[in-house]
Write a protein that binds this ligand. Structure first.
Ligand SMILES: Cc1ncc(COP(=O)(O)O)c(C=O)c1O
Length: 469
């Protein structure tokens, strides 16, 4: 019954009604001081934008409502301790690595890791060894247990293994098998579960990472309906130095946390604890309906295909395998956008649609009507270059971080060392990571892909890449 409570939200609701003489930050004084265009509806919302006033606790040293809310979140998610993150799962990824890695420690990292891990490598001086991401017919899957076994055999001294599960596409790794391997190797298991916070609430979704990992982050704004960028970090088991973890979390967070954001984390936890099973069942039902409609037009990545390769799939993530139908994903995404349908991401090969708790079932019918009128024959796929293999690493992310860099045209960058990650935007598997040598194959691929219309983070509008000097 304690999950009925939402200590931050309940307190804030009462507090914002009280008038007080405002001689503290934030400067908008509950909305009155917002500039005129922001008055009205927005100013009403700003009444919740409070600070560490008496009774409102302190995220950096919680002992009141925030401590209680975090404890309720820990219980709801089976964690030993939970931290609310007001700087997104990005902050959680940084904190996990800072909390466990020392200079020179080896950490095995799936190559599909979010770029936020790079800052933590630069800070700690830990040495990454990247694990390959399996794929099937051009569809990126995830890191296999075999790849982890191989990594741990080659680097038995590894301090930790960092896995992103599920992937952006909802493909979940076999964490049970990976956890067994990391336990045997006495390595810690860190999981970026940014896209999988809802897994705990349904047997029809992949298993959550909680029972297997030491630390995991979840992006509640991505799947549970918290305000952007609300996220959490869960600590499991006894292998983590909690003092160091708390310090790491504090270091990556602002000292002025947003109370509206904290309140949504608290309210979302209550909602999921009380009605999460119903919400996820509904999401899955709506996703199944959307899948049925889409399948009439286009091939989709299916759960059975994921399982054949030793993975699982969150079916609320719907990947259209455009290339498999000879269709260009970029053209399809653009056509859909022109018709008012905005998907999560599209690239030459796929398009990813996400069904969230806020999805409206009537959208499925509208989408069916729009797809029926789509000129698929005008969207032929003509980009068929396979991804080049990852290039050889030359120096560590920490060394690169402190070295001067300069922009160089891709055509002239072969042989240089990348100073930053180059990732298809929206995020995919990085083609280059800081410290890797730019091969001719990679440069040619990037030039061709850009000509085709693919946008990359890490390459500017003039086609230049930052390289180490
Ligand atoms: C796998 C993964 N981890 C972490 C992040 C960062 O999450 P946030 O936006 O909450 O900082 C993202 C963002 O896209 C992501 O895809």
């Amino acid at each position: 019954m304690e999950q009925n409570k939402a200590p931050i939200w309940d307190k804030l609701k009462k507090y914002q009604k009280k008038e007080h003489i405002w001689l503290h930050v934030p400067a908008h004084c509950g909305g009155a001081g917002l500039p005129p265009p922001l008055q009205g509806e927005f100013a009403a919302w700003a009444r919740y934008d409070l600070t560490e006033l008496p009774g409102l606790d302190d995220l950096a040293e919680p002992g009141g409502i925030i401590a209680r809310a975090q404890m309720l979140a820990a219980r709801a998610f089976g964690a030993a301790e939970t931290f609310f993150l007001v700087n997104g799962a990005s902050a959680g990824v940084r904190a996990m690595i800072r909390a466990v890695c020392n200079p020179g420690d080896i950490i095995l990292i799936g190559r599909n890791a979010h770029r936020s891990h790079l800052e933590a490598l630069a800070f700690t001086g830990a040495e990454p060894r990247y694990l390959p991401v399996a794929e099937a017919g051009g569809m990126p899957l995830n890191v296999t247990a075999e790849a982890v076994r191989d990594g741990l055999r080659r680097f038995p001294q590894a301090k930790a293994v960092f896995i992103t599960s599920p992937s952006y596409y909802g493909v979940a790794a076999d964490l049970a098998a990976i956890a067994e391997l990391t336990r045997e190797a006495r390595a810690l298991l860190l999981v970026d579960e940014a896209h999988g916070a809802h897994f705990a609430f349904s047997q029809d979704l992949p298993e959550p990472a909680g029972p297997y990992c030491d630390l995991r982050v979840q992006s509640w704004h991505k799947t549970l309906g918290a305000l952007t960028p609300g996220a959490v970090l869960h600590c499991h088991g006894e292998r983590i130095d909690r003092k160091r973890l708390r310090r790491a979390v504090q270091e990556v967070q602002t000292s002025s946390p947003s109370y509206p954001l904290l309140a949504t984390l608290d309210a979302v936890r209550r909602e999921m604890a009380l009605r999460g099973a119903k919400t996820t069942a509904e999401m899955l039902r709506m996703a199944a309906g959307l899948r049925r409609v889409l399948r009439d037009f286009l091939p989709l990545f299916e759960r059975r295909e994921a399982r054949q390769s030793g993975f699982d799939l969150d079916e609320t993530r719907i990947t259209v395998l455009a290339a498999r139908a000879g269709i260009c994903g970029l053209a399809l995404g653009r056509h859909l956008s022109e018709q008012g349908i905005e998907v999560e991401l599209y690239n030459p090969h796929h398009l990813l649609a996400i069904v969230s708790p806020g999805y409206k079932v009537e959208w499925t019918g509208q989408l069916a009507g729009i797809l029926a009128g789509m000129p698929f024959s005008e969207m032929a796929q003509t980009f068929d270059r396979p991804l080049p293999p990852p290039p050889p690493p030359v120096c560590l992310p920490r060394e690169v971080y402190f070295r001067p860099a300069k922009p160089v045209k891709l055509e002239e960058a072969v042989g240089d060392v990348a100073a930053e990650a180059v990732v298809c935007s929206p995020p995919g598997i990085p083609l280059l990571l800081p410290g890797e040598r730019i091969t001719a194959e990679i440069a040619e691929y990037l030039i061709a892909a850009r000509q085709y219309g693919v946008v990359f983070q890490g390459i500017d509008s003039l086609g230049r890449i930052n390289v180490c000097q």
